[in-house]
Every structure is written in structure tokens, then in C-alpha cells.
Design a protein around this ligand. Structure first.
Ligand code: ZN
Length: 118
């Protein structure tokens, strides 16, 4: 992966949602593993601990699902511009964003007016 200072906002949101989902699964699994006594006996058969962990993991997964939905909705409504560096069509969030493919910083100027109104 290329080192770039700029990461597309949609990409950043998706990366964040992805990690949130993964952590949620790990939290839920840990809750069960402690309950079953795989990871020591001090929290074994602790219903409260397992319930808290399951709810926490579930909430994190719900949040990341919502984030995925937002990133999907945003990417259908955001204006498309052609990247000047790599020539691919990328989507812009707000007035300043970066190319999803090469990380080229992009700004909405008069020359690159999007077809859709933001
Ligand atoms: Zn690009």
C-alpha cells in the first residue's frame, strides 16, 4: 500500500466501520470465552459479564452496520470527479477530499464542477 497523507473520507469511514465490526465480534467472542471458562475461571459462569460483553459487541456491530449504510448512501449522492493523477473516477465528500485510488488531494474548483448539486 502506498503511503499517502490523504485518505478518501469514504474509505476512512469504511475502514473504521470494518474495524468496529471486527472488534465487536472479538468482544462478543471474549464474553462467551470467559463465560465458558476458556480464559481462566475468575469470570466463569458470570452471566452479568457475558451479558455486558454481548450487548457491547452487538452495539458495536450495529454502529458499524449504520456506518456502512451511511457510506453507501453518501457514495450514491456525492459528486463524481475524475482524478487528475490516476484518471479514475472517484467520489468527493464535501469540498475537499482525496482520491479513493491514489490518495491525490482533490478540491472542488470551478474547473471541476460536479454535475450534481451537493
Ligand atoms: Zn487518483
Amino acid at each position: 500500500m502506498k503511503k499517502t497523507d490523504h485518505i478518501s473520507k469514504i474509505k476512512r469511514l469504511r475502514t473504521w466501520a470494518n474495524w468496529n465490526m471486527a472488534i465487536g465480534i472479538v468482544v462478543m467472542y471474549l464474553g462467551y470465552a470467559f463465560f465458558a471458562g476458556y480464559l481462566g475461571s475468575f469470570l466463569e459462569r458470570s452471566y452479568i459479564f457475558m451479558t455486558v460483553m454481548l450487548i457491547l459487541g452487538f452495539v458495536m456491530m450495529m454502529i458499524s452496520t449504520v456506518l456502512f449504510m451511511i457510506s453507501g448512501m453518501v457514495s450514491t449522492t456525492s459528486p463524481q470527479v475524475e482524478c487528475p493523477r490516476c484518471g479514475k473516477t472517484t467520489k468527493m465528500l464535501g469540498k475537499e477530499d482525496a482520491c479513493m485510488f491514489c490518495g491525490q488531494p482533490l478540491t472542488l474548483s470551478d474547473e471541476e464542477q460536479p454535475k450534481q448539486q451537493a
